[in-house]
Design a protein around this ligand. Structure first.
Ligand SMILES: Nc1nc2c(ncn2[C@@H]2O[C@H](COP(=O)(O)OP(=O)(O)OP(=O)(O)O)[C@@H](O)[C@H]2O)c(=O)[nH]1
Ligand SMILES: [Mg+2]
Length: 417
């Protein structure tokens, strides 16, 4: 892959926000690297109000054009959303491909999408982003040779007009609804009545996949890149009390996650909204971990999962060499558990915290089922803890600890006490 030389532009309006312009610029650089670019230069432009024509003003655009020429810049990436006309004007003034942060993130997602569902979700997000920005006759998607901000989910070169894009969007939505139904069915069959599900959530790159791998001996891809994981992975885990739970690893979040992505990834994000418990991982070694955590809460709110039971897990404790740092983080997140997914330390405390939280989510059932009902018997065996079982005539008397959900599901047919 050709590493494109990128010039990054962050506008500092002078207003006070949770992230300084330098911090936002640093994150944009990580995103650019994750998209396969080489960051040649990062600029911070001080401007109180954006120019409606060219965002940074024509004088600045000319300065950037000069840098572009002398430093062989292949792409200019703006940290703010650009309107269609701003983008076009900037491209003309600077003389090279110019994209914004949302396009960059969509591009990373396009590169990472492997599953059919993931690809459709990314394509939907890309087209929804493009539609209101279309000018003139249409737009050329997926320019030949690919490149940052231009990768389509497929390799095909497409020329589409507005109507065709609208048709395509509604077609994609339909396909995704069908896939979403299938996903929901799979989820139901694996957990609805049975095992409790624990979703690992957090800012991108905090170590979610490393944790699920360490806990369950899996091989989810781990990268020191943003958005390494797109497709959710579900893995079984047996707690020390023999109770079966399922861990779900899924896509990471980011500050100002593009709205179109949240919309398009609804089905994937349902793995979070349907979970019984969230492990919210934070990166102890990251200078912006508090702000990252609040960005995660913003996304959780958006998908309606802010009220779910959550355990905050301070990961990468090995990176924080000064114990005062961990103490400060602990003071911020009440009842947090401190671990290192990489060094596999702190897991006992993490599992104890999970069992503690789950104790309220299980119940002891005392039921009699027909001895011939092998299906119910295996459901309880697989997903609960049998305390006693005894045949009485042609009935089987079982006492077992199961999830509240399984109890309720059984209750409709057999529950006795
Ligand atoms: N030092 C240290 N590094 C860790 C730890 N856990 C994960 N990492 C590193 O952090 C980087 C990101 O890890 P991942 O597991 O891919 O993170 P993720 O949260 O799944 O990231 P996305 O899927 O991109 O959202 C990798 O380089 C890991 O090796 C840890 O406990 N300590
Ligand atoms: Mg991951």
């Amino acid at each position: 892959m050709i590493m494109e030389r990128a010039l990054l532009v962050t506008v500092d309006s002078g207003r006070k926000t949770a992230w300084t312009a330098e911090e936002r610029s640093a994150e944009l650089a990580e995103l650019a690297v994750s998209a396969g670019a080489k960051v040649a230069r990062s600029l911070i432009v001080h401007r109180h109000e954006p120019s409606s024509a060219s965002f940074i003003g024509s004088g600045k655009a000319q300065e950037i054009a000069a840098i572009r020429a002398s430093e062989k810049i292949g792409v200019v990436i703006f940290n703010n959303d650009l309107s269609a006309s701003q983008q076009k004007n900037l491209e003309e003034a600077i003389g090279t491909k110019t994209i914004d942060r949302t396009q960059l993130i969509l591009d990373i997602f396009a590169r990472r999408a492997h599953s059919n569902e993931g690809k459709l979700q990314v394509e939907l997000a890309q087209l929804s982003y493009l539609l209101p920005r279309l000018t003139g006759k249409g737009i050329e998607l997926s320019r030949q040779g690919g490149g940052i901000g231009t990768s389509g989910p497929g390799e095909q070169k497409l020329e589409m007009d507005r109507r065709r894009i609208r048709d395509k969007i509604s077609h994609l939505k339909k396909s995704l609804i069908a896939l979403g139904r299938r996903r929901a069915m799979m989820r139901r069959s694996r957990s609805r009545f049975s095992a409790l599900t624990i979703a690992i959530v957090g800012y991108t790159n905090v170590g979610k996949s490393t944790l699920i791998n360490a806990l369950t001996d899996s091989d989810v891809i781990v990268r020191d890149k943003l958005f390494a994981t797109l497709d959710p992975t579900v893995r079984k885990f047996i707690l020390p009390n023999k109770q079966k739970v399922l861990f779900v690893d899924t896509v990471g979040f980011i500050n100002d996650l593009p709205y179109h992505l949240v919309e398009a990834f609804k089905a994937t994000l349902e793995e979070v909204t349907e979970a019984d418990l969230l492990l919210h991982l934070v990166d102890a070694g990251h200078p912006k971990l508090i702000e990252q955590a609040s960005a995660v809460y913003d996304v959780l709110k958006e998908i309606g999962s802010a009220e779910k039971p959550v355990i905050t897990v301070i990961n990468k404790a090995d990176k924080a060499t000064d114990p005062a740092v961990i103490a400060r983080i602990r003071a911020h997140f009440k009842n947090a558990v401190v671990i290192s997914a990489l060094k596999r330390s702190g897991f006992d405390a993490l599992i104890a915290a999970i069992m503690d939280r789950m104790s309220g989510m299980t119940a002891v059932i005392d039921i009699k089922i027909p001895a011939s009902d092998a299906k119910t018997l295996s459901l309880i065996h697989e997903n609960g803890l049998i305390k006693s079982q005894e045949y009485i005539g042609d009935e089987l008397h079982i006492v077992a600890e199961v999830s509240i959900r399984l109890r309720d599901a059984l209750g409709s047919s057999y529950f006795r006490s």
